[in-house]
Design a protein around this ligand. Structure first.
Ligand code: PLP
Ligand code: SF4
Length: 355
């Protein structure tokens, strides 16, 4: 089957409103899908596939399909828990995770432009829980205000950029008014899954709150379309530093060659590869998990085969909220008092005098 869905609108609100959110509409578009299993998944985890994302799907089980279309395996995962990183436990107020001494992760939305099937916050995103409300946001701001050890706020969600311009502006001004906050960071998938949202109006708001960093989740080179490139160009031209966070996903990007293409394409678009996340053991996402060996093999391949500028850190997030840890292939083969034996990217061994 080949699908050719044309996305005609360029208005992000219109695109969002035209999203496919129910099993019937989905099976009309893709008759091979079994609508009863979709209905079953949707009772637990919502779906939102906007026309732009639909236009990127070309074949069943292609990388975009796998990230966007519900899979019955999401409901057959009894070995994992919804919150293995103990985010709830580390939230002094709902929606604000304070794990590290000097930075907090502040959830200012529980909605997204697409509900990624692999989402690590599947317990929250898109559900009608009112997890994030005006009240939780104002409580979060109060907490940041009184916690003077914090110098960086990571705005996350859900997707922060799904909010209206005036809401984003209000939150950014409140945070930037807090004198101990030095850096604001935004974690988003919008430039990847709804690039039309990156409007000139939005950019002129963001620009007023420098230094501002935006980290975008791109998982496959096919996601970096002309539209996504253009959105990133607007952001980069306006002086906002862009980074990427990629999730290592089985059947989507767990190959050295795909990852090499993705990282180079990101760098060419002035997006600095920041993290490659090993998929967390979150309930409903186990079918996306690969082995750590696979991740390390990819990292080993990248070193030497692409620009050092395009190499992300490969991170695992420890259970119980113990934090992120970078993993590296093992380059140190042997150590003695005077000499280390070190392996290079091509497997050649060298003696390195440490005295
Ligand atoms: C990932 C994360 C951060 C940010 O960590 P960095 O290593 O600075 O990118 C902050 N708080 C929480 C709870 C996180 O999960
Ligand atoms: S955009 Fe981010 S928070 Fe939203 S569903 Fe996708 S991975 Fe989860």
């Amino acid at each position: 089957m080949e699908t050719h869905y044309n996305c005609t609108s360029t208005d992000w609100r219109e695109l969002l409103n035209q999203s496919v959110i129910d099993a019937e509409s989905l099976t009309q578009l893709f008759p091979i899908i079994d609508s009863s299993s979709i209905r079953f998944v949707l009772e637990r985890y919502p779906m939102r596939i906007n026309p732009y994302v639909l236009s990127l799907i070309h074949n069943p089980c292609d990388p975009i399909w796998r990230q966007a279309i519900p899979d019955i395996r999401e409901c057959k995962d009894s070995n994992h828990t919804p919150d293995p990183l103990s985010e709830e436990f580390q939230s002094p107020v709902q929606g604000l995770i304070h794990r590290y001494p000097h930075r907090v992760l502040f959830q200012i939305s529980d909605q997204c432009a697409m509900y990624c099937r692999h989402c690590m916050r599947k317990r929250i995103t898109g559900k009608s829980l009112s997890y994030v409300t005006d009240l939780t946001i104002s409580q979060g701001i109060d907490y940041i205000q009184k916690t003077t050890s914090v110098n960086e706020v990571v705005l996350s969600g859900g997707d922060p950029l799904i909010l209206d311009d005036h809401r984003i502006e209000a939150i950014l001004s409140e945070i930037s008014r807090i004198t101990h906050i030095e850096i604001i960071r935004i974690h988003t998938r919008i430039p990847c899954v709804l690039p039309q949202r990156i409007t000139l109006d939005l950019i002129s708001i963001l620009q007023r709150f420098q230094p501002i960093y935006i980290n975008i989740q791109f998982n496959h080179p096919d996601e970096i379309t002309p539209e996504a490139s253009f959105a990133c160009k607007l952001l980069a031209d306006s002086g906002i530093a862009l980074g990427s966070q990629t999730v290592l996903l089985k059947g989507i990007n767990d190959s050295p060659d795909i990852m090499k293409q993705l990282m180079m394409k990101l760098l060419k678009n002035r997006i600095k590869p920041y993290y490659l996340h090993h998929t967390d053991p979150v309930q409903g996402t186990h079918h996306f998990r690969t082995t750590i060996e696979k991740g390390l093999e990819i990292m080993k391949y990248l070193r030497g085969n692409i620009s050092g500028m395009a190499i992300p850190n490969y991170m695992i997030d420890l259970p119980g909220g113990k934090g992120k840890v970078p993993l590296l292939p093992n380059y140190i083969v042997n150590k003695n008092k005077h000499m280390w034996i070190i392996e290079n990217y091509s497997g050649e061994l060298s003696e390195y005098d440490i005295m």
